[in-house]
Ligand binder design. Structure first.
Ligand code: SF4
Ligand code: SF4
Length: 97
């Protein structure tokens, strides 16, 4: 039985970037900065796609996204995440599971 860690397994995944067509987007940055007190996307994403910028702005980088859908669910209060699956042939290629 394999004893490798989750991080090691995630590193085995491959991601094909659909240049210029991110499948997830923040709809309105001012909502993040002015209305969202918790900014849970910063801590909920297992791939670390959301990072804090100055002034409450959020930087979203979809490279490496696991397509888990957590960020869409966690942002239900403000519904500020536009989320769809990548086009066929793009996105995550899981090696395990
Ligand atoms: S949880 Fe939604 S509204 Fe709040 S900072 Fe993240 S993307 Fe913006
Ligand atoms: S779908 Fe999952 S992995 Fe992708 S950005 Fe959202 S929380 Fe992160």
């Amino acid at each position: 039985m394999s004893t490798s860690k989750v991080e090691e397994k995630l590193f085995q995944n491959r991601y094909k970037i659909d240049s210029g067509r991110p499948h997830i987007a923040i709809k309105n940055q001012s909502v993040c900065a002015d209305q969202c007190k918790t900014q849970q996307c910063l801590t909920c994403c297992p791939a670390g796609c959301y990072t804090a910028e100055g002034g409450g702005q959020i930087l979203l980088t979809t490279d490496g996204c696991l397509e888990c859908g957590t960020c869409r669910v966690i942002c239900t209060e403000h519904r500020n995440v536009a989320w769809e699956y990548p086009r066929g042939g793009y996105g995550i290629l899981f090696k395990f599971g």
